[in-house]
Design a protein around this ligand. Structure first.
Ligand code: ATP
Length: 557
C-alpha cells in the first residue's frame, strides 16, 4: 500500500527508496541467474556430464557477489532509515516546541515521536523498495519460465497475481484495526506517563490501586485490539502463502507434463522449480516487510495530527541582533485562550531600561499569561510587546532568547551536570562566572554539597533537589544570561522568607537589568520601583515603589 501522506512526510526519500529498490532488483537478478545456472548444472548431472568446473565457478561467484550485495544493503537501509527518522523527528519536535505546554499531551507526543517514527522505518526502508521489486521481478521470472514451459509460466503468473492482490482485500480492515490499536496504544502511553509523574501523589491519596486497575483495563484493551489485528494479518498471510505454494506445485506439474509430452527438455522442470522459488521470494518478502511496516502506517494519523496542530507562534522574525538596553513596551496587549474568555486584555505598560516593576494580582488574574507573552510562548491576539523598539515577533528565536529570559515558578532542569544546566543560556560562561551566579542566587553551598559539586549529573528535572533549590538554580542560570530583560514568575514561591530576601537583594545588586517581578508576596517585590495590579486580565491599579503589604495580601485573596 502506497500512502501518499507518508511519502510527503518523509520528505526527500524517493531517491533513497529507488536506490534500495535497485539493490533489491540486483539481488533478485543474481538469484534468477543462479537459478538458471543451477538448473543447467542439475540437468548436466542428470545427463551424466561431469565437466562442471566452469558452471560451479559461476555459481560460487554469484554466491559471493550476492553476499556482498546483502552486506552493502544493510548499512544502506540503516542510513536511509536513520535519515528519515531524524528528519521526521526534527519536524515533529519543532512543531511540538510551538505548541503551548498546556495543550500538549506528553504521553501521546512521546508515543508518536518515538514509536510512531520508529515504526515507519520498516515502511520506508523495506516495504516501499520491495514493492518496486515485486512489480518487476515476478513478471520477469514468469516470462523466463514461459520460455521453458508456457503452461508453467501461466500458472506462475496467476499465482503471483493472487498472492499480491488477494491480501489487499484486507488492507482497509487492517488499517482500520491498526488505527484503533494506535489510539489505544497512545492512550495507554499517556496514562503511564501521567501515573509515573504523579506516583507519590497517587500513593499518598491511596489512589495507586485505582490507577493501576485503570492501566490494566487499558492494557487489556490494547491486547484485544492487537489480537484482532493479528487475526486479520494471519488470514491475509494464509491466502498469500496458499497461492505461493499451490503456484509452485502447479507450475512444476505443468513443466513435468510438458517434459513427459516431449514438448520440452528435462532441464525445464528443474529450472521452472527454481524460477518459481525466485518468482515468489519477493512476494513473500513483501508480506514480511508489510507486517513490519504497517505499524508505521497506523501511526500516520498521529504524526499528521501533531504536524497539523496550528503552532501558537510562527517564527518569521529576521531581526538577528539581541536587545541591549532592555526597554520594554507593552502596547494594548490582548490574548484569549482558545475557546475561553480568559487571558489578558488591553495591557499597556512602558518599562525603562534597568527598572524593576512588580506585577501583582489574585490567582487567575493573568500574570503568568503576561509572562508567556513576554517569552513568546504564545502570540497576542491584539497589540504587541516591543523590546528596544523591536516587536518580539520580529526577533529571530536566538536573538529573542538573548533579549528576554523568563524564570518560571516550576523551572525545568535537565538531566545534565549542574554546570551544563547553568550554561543553558550562555554556553561560554566560565567556571568563575558560573560560581558567581550561583553565589548570587544563594545556591553555591547547595551545589558544593552535591556528590560531585558542579559536575554532579542531576536527576530528571533535578528531582534530587528541593523546589526552592531548583528555583535558585534557575535564577542563577537566568543571571548568567546576557539578556537585558528578566521576567521572574513567582520564582521565590518555594523559598523561606529569609532566603527570599537574600536572593531578591542579590538580584537587585547584580548588574542592572529591566526586571519584571510577578509575585504574590510583597517581600519578593521590595526592590520594585513601580507596581501594577491585574484583575481579570486587566490592569486595575498601579503605583510607585513596592506594592504595600496589606494591599498585596488583599490582592492575593
Ligand atoms: N492553557 C490555558 N487554557 C485556558 N485557559 C487558561 C490557560 N492557562 C490559563 N488560563 C486561564 O487564564 C486566566 C489567567 O491565568 P494565569 O495563569 O495567567 O493567571 P495567574 O495570575 O498567573 O494565576 P496564578 O497566580 O494562580 O498563577 C485564568 O483564568 C486561567 O484559568
Amino acid at each position: 500500500m502506497i500512502h501518499r501522506r507518508l511519502l510527503q512526510l518523509a520528505g526527500a526519500v524517493p531517491g533513497a527508496i529507488l536506490a534500495l529498490a535497485g539493490v533489491g532488483l540486483a539481488l533478485s537478478a543474481l538469484n534468477i541467474v543462479f537459478a538458471i545456472a543451477a538448473g543447467s548444472v542439475i540437468a548436466a548431472l542428470v545427463r551424466g556430464d561431469h565437466d562442471l568446473v566452469d558452471s560451479v565457478t559461476v555459481l560460487a561467484a554469484i554466491t559471493v557477489v550476492r553476499g556482498l550485495v546483502i552486506w552493502a544493503r544493510e548499512p544502506m537501509a540503516a542510513r536511509v532509515g536513520a535519515s528519515v527518522r531524524i528528519r521526521l523527528r526534527r519536524r515533529l519536535l519543532t512543531r511540538l516546541a510551538a505548541i503551548p505546554t498546556a495543550e500538549r499531551d506528553s504521553g501521546t507526543a512521546a508515543a508518536t515521536v518515538i514509536d510512531g517514527v520508529d515504526g515507519l522505518d520498516a515502511y520506508y526502508t523495506r516495504y516501499l523498495p520491495q514493492l518496486i521489486v515485486v512489480i518487476l521481478v515476478p513478471a520477469a521470472t514468469v516470462l523466463l519460465a514461459a520460455t521453458h514451459s508456457s503452461g508453467a509460466g501461466a500458472v506462475l503468473a496467476v499465482a503471483a497475481a493472487v498472492a499480491v492482490i488477494a491480501p489487499r482485500a484486507w488492507d482497509a480492515r487492517l488499517l482500520r484495526n491498526g488505527r484503533d490499536r494506535w489510539g489505544r496504544f497512545t492512550r495507554l502511553s499517556s496514562d503511564y506517563v501521567e501515573a509515573l509523574q504523579q506516583t507519590p501523589l497517587l500513593r499518598s491519596f491511596g489512589a495507586s490501586g485505582r490507577v493501576s486497575a485503570q492501566l490494566s483495563t487499558r492494557a487489556e484493551d490494547l491486547r484485544r485490539s492487537t489480537m484482532a489485528q493479528l487475526r486479520v494479518s494471519v488470514a491475509e498471510t494464509f491466502v498469500s502463502s496458499l497461492a505461493l505454494h499451490l503456484g509452485t506445485v502447479l507450475a512444476v506439474v505443468a513443466a513435468v507434463t510438458a517434459v513427459i509430452s516431449g514438448s520440452t527438455g528435462a532441464t525445464a522442470a528443474v529450472t521452472v522449480l527454481l524460477l518459481a522459488r525466485e518468482c515468489f521470494r519477493p512476494v513473500q518478502d513483501l508480506g514480511t516487510h508489510w507486517h513490519a511496516g504497517y505499524l508505521g502506517l497506523t501511526a500516520v494519523d498521529g504524526l499528521d495530527r501533531l504536524l497539523s496542530t496550528p503552532p501558537s507562534i510562527r517564527e518569521t522574525g529576521v531581526h538577528a541582533d539581541p536587545a541591549v538596553e532592555g526597554l520594554v513596551e507593552i502596547v494594548d496587549l490582548t490574548y484569549r485562550y482558545p475557546g475561553t474568555d480568559t487571558g489578558v486584555a488591553g495591557l499597556r505598560l512602558r518599562i525603562a531600561p534597568g527598572e524593576t516593576v512588580a506585577v501583582v494580582g489574585p490567582s487567575g488574574s493573568g500574570k503568568s499569561t503576561l509572562a508567556r507573552l513576554l517569552e513568546r510562548e504564545i502570540d497576542p491576539d491584539g497589540g504587541r510587546v516591543r523590546i528596544d523598539d523591536v516587536d518580539l515577533r520580529e526577533y529571530t528565536p536566538r536573538a529573542r532568547g538573548r533579549s528576554v529570559v523568563v524564570v518560571a515558578q516550576d523551572p525545568a532542569l535537565f538531566a545534565w551536570t549542574v554546570r551544563e544546566n547553568l550554561r543553558l543560556y550562555r554556553p561560554d560562561a566560565t567556571d568563575a562566572e558560573i560560581e558567581q551566579a550561583a553565589r548570587v542566587a544563594d545556591v553555591h553551598e547547595v551545589v558544593c554539597a552535591l556528590s560531585a559539586g558542579y559536575d554532579t549529573v542531576l536527576a530528571e528535572n533535578g528531582e534530587q533537589l528541593s523546589g526552592g533549590q531548583r528555583q535558585r538554580l534557575a535564577i542563577a542560570r537566568a543571571l548568567l544570561s546576557p539578556a537585558p530583560v528578566l521576567v521572574l514568575d513567582e520564582i521565590t514561591s518555594a523559598l523561606d522568607a529569609e532566603t527570599e530576601r537574600r536572593v531578591m537583594d542579590a538580584i537587585a545588586a547584580a548588574p542592572a537589568r529591566t526586571t519584571i517581578v510577578i509575585a504574590h508576596r510583597e517581600s519578593a517585590c521590595s526592590h520594585a520601583s513601580r507596581w501594577i495590579e491585574l484583575r481579570n486580565g486587566r490592569i486595575t491599579a498601579a503605583g510607585e515603589g513596592p506594592p504595600a503589604p496589606r494591599a498585596t495580601a488583599e490582592r492575593a485573596r
